[in-house]
Design a protein around this ligand. Structure first.
Ligand code: FES
Length: 138
């Protein structure tokens, strides 16, 4: 299991606003970093579609909203251990976030297995992609 996840929503509303492109670019940057303890995962919907595309760095619990492809390097820096990208942060109701975290705990193992299956089908992004495919997760 990765130590840190970035879940990016993929519901129809956020998808129409570019969530797939955000997630794929983020996945590429994380992969190129060579870090195997950070995993980018698609997530159905955080029920925050009006403010999307959204992402959450978990288990840290830092939420992002209205993400655009050009925001991804800042999000990646945070995901890889840098400071949160303050200009992109979302305020999420604490109870709503808590409910999401409970769902994540149950969903992450399957999402992680699904991401691994998809990664095996994807053309490898160079050497770092190979490492993310075969590297040991800590
Ligand atoms: S699809 Fe993005 S929050 Fe619903």
């Amino acid at each position: 299991m990765a130590k840190r996840y970035v879940l990016v929503c993929r519901g129809p509303t956020c998808k129409a606003q570019g969530s797939l492109e955000v997630r794929e670019y983020l996945r590429k940057l994380v992969s190129e970093s060579g870090r195997c303890d950070v995993l980018v995962l698609p997530y159905t919907c955080f029920d925050l579609c009006g403010r999307g595309p959204n992402a959450v760095v978990y288990p840290e619990g830092v939420w992002y909203e209205a993400l655009r492809v050009e925001d991804v390097p800042d999000l990646a820096r945070h995901a890889l251990g840098g400071p949160p990208a303050g200009h992109l942060l979302a305020e999420v109701d604490a109870d709503h976030a808590k409910q999401c975290y409970a769902i994540f705990e149950e969903a992450i193992p399957e999402l992680e297995a699904q991401a691994e299956r998809e990664a095996k089908k994807r053309p490898v992004d160079g050497l770092f992609g190979l490492r993310s495919l075969f590297g040991k997760r800590t």
